[in-house]
Design a protein around this ligand. Structure first.
Ligand code: GRF
Length: 206
């Protein structure tokens, strides 16, 4: 059983979608062991408690990144976590954090990376005039929104879209895509060749 630790800073809808996928057996071989937030007022923490999951805030305000990250890593180890899923966690991880879980940290980003990394990705797509955007689940490395891509899903940008309508359609796809990507990683049937994530099937790599 893969032991997942969720890190979030806000709403937590991706976390809830992952929890639901596990509960409904659409995501097998994984359980959420702990939910951590750098913000004590994160609605996602409350949602975790309502689901009966261990949920803790580890405040980051006014603390050095290395110090805060060391506490996060310690908490994850305490709960026996072997896969970390960032779900709206609004902090860049320190190299020490990334190295504590090599190729075992995932993130979801609301664009088709490498387009529009960083904040307000949906607004960036609109401003750029992109006709398609989407979401990306990727391994986390030391750079922002940068590690090897596991899965992407495309969302068309409509003429009538504003940031709210576009974000809502992207979010719908995020909820499906994150659980699917976690399932792929949990299954272990893949190989990483440089930046390329390749699925292994009975007939070899696909
Ligand atoms: C999502 O759009 C995710 O892609 C981004 O932050 C947002 C978090 O939303 N990294 P939620 O907290 O999961 O609802």
């Amino acid at each position: 059983m893969t032991r997942i630790g969720i890190l979030l800073s806000g709403r937590g809808s991706n976390f809830v979608a992952i929890a639901k996928a596990i509960q409904e057996k659409r995501l097998l071989g994984a359980e959420i062991c702990v939910v951590l937030s750098n913000r004590e007022d994160a609605p996602g923490l409350q949602a975790a408690r309502e689901l009966g999951l261990p949920a803790f805030d580890v405040p980051s305000a006014g603390r050095k990144r290395v110090e805060h990250d060391a506490e996060m890593v310690a908490r994850l180890h305490q709960h026996g976590v072997d896969l970390v899923c960032l779900a709206g966690y609004m902090r860049l991880l320190s190299p020490a954090f990334v190295q504590a879980f090599p190729k075992r940290i995932l993130n979801i980003h609301p664009s088709l990376l490498p387009a529009f990394p960083g904040l307000d990705a949906q607004q960036q797509a609109l401003n750029y005039g992109a006709k398609v955007t989407g979401c990306t689940v990727h391994f986390v490395d030391e750079e922002l929104d940068h590690g090897a891509i596991i899965l992407q899903r495309v969302v068309a940008v409509e003429d009538g879209d504003d940031v709210d309508t576009l974000s809502a359609r992207v979010l719908e796809q995020e909820h499906i895509t994150y659980a699917n990507a976690i399932q792929r990683v949990v299954s272990g049937r893949y190989e990483l060749r440089g930046r390329r994530y390749l699925r292994k099937t009975e007939r070899g790599l696909s």
